[in-house]
Design a binder for this molecule. Structure first.
Ligand code: SF4
Ligand code: SF4
Length: 135
């Protein structure tokens, strides 16, 4: 009998954690690409949103955890509103960020922010960055 890929035989701990945190089933994605087509920052990502879903299905979650994509995602929800399968892709992105942040893997260290930036950036930008990019 040919090997059949299902959510049960390919899930790893990280995928299970992503599903637990996000409440989304990544295995429902059928790769239509609508999420990536509407993402306003996809050009700055190293892995497009629909590829994140596919890589998660294949269990290669380290690639996603180490990607720029999850930090560049602005949580605008465009992908979530466009998905014909009703998958909240933004929540999946957030779940990957959360897993990293829980391990203290964060792209922003408040102690390393340039003095000039601290003076010039709007406080709300700093608050938003601290909330999203620090553990
Ligand atoms: S929530 Fe993130 S991945 Fe989705 S469209 Fe917005 S920026 Fe792109
Ligand atoms: S829009 Fe939904 S079904 Fe289509 S690729 Fe993105 S996550 Fe998958």
């Amino acid at each position: 009998m040919p090997y059949k890929i299902t959510g049960k035989n390919i899930k790893n701990n990280i995928v299970e954690k992503v599903e637990e945190i996000s409440g989304q089933n990544v295995f429902e994605c059928y790769q239509c690409g609508n999420c990536s087509a509407g993402c306003p920052v996809v050009d700055y990502m190293d892995i497009a949103p629909h590829q994140v879903m596919r890589i998660a299905q294949l269990g290669a979650t380290e690639e996603i955890l180490n990607s720029k994509t999850i930090w560049i995602c602005s949580a605008c929800l465009q992908c979530s509103t466009r998905c014909p399968k009703g998958i909240d892709v933004a929540k999946v992105m957030e779940a990957f960020r959360t897993i990293n942040l829980r391990k203290r893997v964060a792209p922003l260290n408040p102690d390393e922010i340039d003095e000039k930036d601290l003076k010039e950036l709007p406080p709300i930008a700093l608050v938003g960055a601290f909330r999203k990019l620090t553990g």
